[in-house]
Write a protein that binds this ligand. Structure first.
Ligand SMILES: [Zn+2]
Length: 191
C-alpha cells in the first residue's frame, strides 16, 4: 500500500497538509478509532476553539454552560484532557496532569498551540459534527432529497449526517472556505 507517499505527494502539491482536493474520506465505520487516541474537553470559554478542533477531526466535548465541577467530573469519567485558560481550575488537585493550558486569548493562536502540541488526526478533516462532536456517517444522496435546499441537492454528490443531532453536511464552497480560514489561522502571525 502506498497511501503514505501519496499523501506526501498531495501535500507537496498543495503546499499544505489541508488539501481541498483531498477526498473527505467519509466512509462509514472508519470513525471508531481515534488515531492519536486522545480525547479532549474544552472549558466554557473555549467554544470557538472547540469548533475548529472538531473541524480538524479532534474529539473535543464542549458545553457552553458547563460548571467547573461537572467539567472535571466528565474529564475523569470519560478520560478526556481538559483544555482551559482558567488559572484557578488548573490548581484543583483532580485536574493535576490532566489539562492543557492555552495561553492565547484568540482562537487562531489557541488552535496553533493545540496543533503544535497534539498532531491533528489524519484523514479526519470535517468528519465530526461541529455542533455536537459526534462522528459523521456517509449518507445516500437519494435520502437527502427534501432535507437539504433544492440547489444543494442538485449540485452536491456527497453528504454526511450526524446521527445524534441530525445535522447534514456537504462539501462544495463551505469546505473550501473552511480550509482557507484554517490555513489563515494556522499560518498567520498573530492573525
Ligand atoms: Zn451533531
Amino acid at each position: 500500500m502506498n497511501t503514505h507517499s501519496e499523501r506526501k505527494a498531495s501535500e507537496q502539491k498543495s503546499k499544505s497538509s489541508l488539501c481541498v482536493e483531498d477526498p473527505p474520506q467519509l466512509a462509514a465505520g472508519r470513525f471508531s478509532e481515534e488515531p492519536e487516541g486522545k480525547r479532549f474537553i474544552a472549558d466554557a470559554m473555549l467554544g470557538k476553539l472547540a469548533r475548529w478542533m472538531r473541524t480538524l477531526g479532534y474529539d473535543v466535548e464542549y458545553e457552553k454552560s458547563i460548571g467547573d465541577e461537572e467539567l472535571v467530573k466528565r474529564a475523569l469519567d470519560e478520560d478526556r484532557l481538559i483544555i482551559t485558560r482558567d488559572t484557578l481550575l488548573i490548581k484543583r488537585r483532580k485536574v493535576r496532569g490532566r489539562f492543557f493550558f492555552v495561553k492565547s486569548d484568540e482562537a487562531a493562536g489557541q488552535l496553533k498551540e493545540i496543533t503544535g502540541q497534539f498532531k491533528p488526526p489524519e484523514g479526519l478533516f470535517l468528519t465530526r459534527c461541529l455542533r455536537c462532536n459526534t462522528a459523521l456517517i456517509d449518507a445516500d444522496k437519494k435520502d437527502m432529497e427534501g432535507k437539504v435546499p433544492p440547489y444543494v441537492f442538485k449540485t452536491q454528490e456527497h453528504f454526511s449526517v450526524c446521527t445524534r443531532c441530525g445535522r447534514i453536511y456537504w462539501g462544495g464552497t463551505h469546505r473550501a472556505r473552511m480550509v482557507e480560514e484554517l490555513e489563515r489561522m494556522l499560518k498567520g502571525e498573530g492573525g
